[in-house]
Ligand binder design. Structure first.
Ligand SMILES: [Zn+2]
Ligand SMILES: [Zn+2]
Length: 249
């Protein structure tokens, strides 16, 4: 199983780095996980959107979902085949996204993109990849996702604060792709819906994951400091997501 980073900038795209988006590939199965600003163009460099087998949108913040509308345009009005393409979203997300598209009950948006709302304990199989879902700690309904292929596993935190689904899905994972939006001591911060790098390192250590990849680092922060802060509790130097990077799970 391979993980390709399409973009990993928190909150907004910046020069040379789209917002959040990842492509998971295993033996001909393609899953696009998060469609932040700028990731659709990056996706086109990797795979024909018609070859996608599923999409996962972790939550409806724009830095994770807005390029889903680019995909819809491609499939319905562009060169694409018109779907239907399975799209896994958290609770309430279908109507939220459909409202932006002004898509009533019979609108093609809901046929081209075949939405399924998932949450704690839900699982599905897409080609050779099993996806397991849990609820993240975020101000809107949000997902943490575990991808399994054979005996290999990748957990993506999505946007989350401490606790919640990440502590359910991360244990024993081969790779944890974990948000580290913040820096500094967790106890000193006033926002409970993201992780500090130190917290990401502690979660990875508690879950005994083989590899920790930090992502979704605040765009004004120095990622070298995030690496140093996570390395303390993790006990090893974590890796950094960067656009275009490919990680073999
Ligand atoms: Zn985000
Ligand atoms: Zn968010």
């Amino acid at each position: 199983m391979d993980l390709t980073v399409l973009g990993c900038s928190a909150a907004c795209p910046v020069a040379d780095n789209p917002a959040s988006g990842y492509l998971i590939h295993h033996e001909g199965t393609w899953v696009w996980c998060d469609a932040g600003s700028g990731t659709f163009l990056a996706l086109l460099d990797e795979v024909d959107p018609d070859d996608l087998d599923a999409v996962v949108i972790s939550h409806v913040h724009a830095d994770h979902c807005i390029d889903l509308f680019a995909l819809y345009g491609y499939l319905e009005h562009g060169p694409g085949s018109g779907g239907p393409l399975p799209v896994f979203v958290p609770s309430q997300a279908t109507e939220h996204l459909a409202a932006f598209a002004r898509a009533g009950a019979d609108h093609r948006f809901r046929q081209v993109l075949a939405f399924s709302e998932v949450g704690d304990g839900d699982a599905t199989t897409v080609g050779g990849i099993t996806l397991r879902f849990a609820t993240a700690a975020h101000p809107v309904p949000a997902l943490t996702v575990r991808f399994e292929a054979g005996d290999r596993s990748l957990v993506y935190s999505g946007d989350t604060g401490p606790g919640a689904g990440l502590e359910v899905l991360a244990p024993g994972a081969d790779v944890l792709l974990c948000e580290a939006t913040l820096q500094g001591p967790g106890a000193a911060r006033d926002y409970p819906f993201h992780l500090t790098a130190e917290e990401a390192g502690a979660i990875a250590a508690d879950a005994a994951v083989d590899r920790l990849i930090l992502t979704h680092i605040g765009p004004t922060l120095d990622p070298r400091r995030s690496v140093a802060e996570a390395a303390g509790p993790y006990g090893r130097v974590p890796e950094l997501a960067r656009p275009g990077a490919v990680f073999t799970i």
